[in-house]
Design a protein around this ligand. Sequence first.
Ligand code: NAG
Ligand code: NAG
Ligand code: NAG
Length: 324
Amino acid sequence: MLLPLLLSLVVCAAASFTFPTRLVLQSPGGLFLENLAVRPNGKLLITSPESSTLHMVDPAAPNPTFDQVHTFPNVTALLGIAEVKPDVYGIIALVLNDTTITAVPRTVAIWRVDLSSGGPPVVNKAADVPDGMFLDGLSAVPGEPELVLGADTAAGRIWQITALWATYGIFNSNSRHDAFAPDAPAPAFGINGLHVRGGDLYFTNSQKETFSRFPIFLRGGNVAQAGPVKVLGSANGTDQFDDFAFDSMGRVWAATLPDTLTVFFPPVQGNTMLGQLNAPGNPVEFNRPTSAMFGRGEVAQQHTLYVTTQAGQLIAVDTTGIRG
Ligand SMILES: *[C@@H]1O[C@H](CO)[C@@H](O)[C@H](O)[C@H]1NC(C)=O
Ligand SMILES: *[C@@H]1O[C@H](CO)[C@@H](O)[C@H](O)[C@H]1NC(C)=O
Ligand SMILES: *[C@@H]1O[C@H](CO)[C@@H](O)[C@H](O)[C@H]1NC(C)=O
């Protein structure tokens, strides 16, 4: 099937996409929205580095509200959130030093929030990450509900964390991995978003402006690197990637500072940027997007990309048009 392959390469020249976009909610006081998880019931759990409270939004409600789910003790910031099993989430919590934009030493922890009973949330601390500098992105590991991977954006490390312990894993036991590190001291952001998919770990590095992956394998509850890091794409100009989502076709939608999302497909090869979303001037502009996730439930929800921004926007993007 050589001809269709060539055609698809021609069609893959980078473009600019405009999709119907709706502001679902603006956070009170413009609270910085950092990361989100989509519950099986379609509601969105949202974290902020300026709040110790986990919030929830029902994007299908006629007038969505910013509801409190749980307030974590002795922390100031909530970062990455990942569903480890149905309606159970890991969350990064820490005390943020606003000057250095790193965690106050010995304050980083992973908490577990269980919403699966339908009753009040069951919340407990899963593990301290005492040497974490600034954990930002968090990924679940399919089939390993007790394990999460955390991106230490300031240190340039990936932590693997279970309910019992936190270590560097075998990724970089004594040194920073160059592909994870920022190329500048904090507050530069290195590895940021990360997600395990199909035997690979995909990640962004904000300061290096890269989107990359490497193969992993699981042995005895440990994630190990099984091959070299491959850079799959770079940001346009001075743009920087934050977190990203896969759609059902395997396309990657990466929140991109300052004002767009970058789409990659197929994500397994290099130089595969399809294009960028909703250039400035659209009715709803992305104001420093931080993360993106597709809705769950009916087909329309599965094609709806929910995007959070530093300016406190929760934006719904109808991506159906990319299929046409
Ligand atoms: C919060 O910090 C205070 C003071 O360090 C400590 O006494 C208290 O036990 C902490 N609470 C929790 C839930 O960790
Ligand atoms: C934050 O970092 C600055 C600069 O290193 C330091 O002077 C200050 O004490 C830190 N604040 C906290 C709460 O650790
Ligand atoms: C990359 O940035 C340039 C300059 O802002 C812009 O003209 C171009 O359309 C962008 N490329 C994509 C794929 O959006």
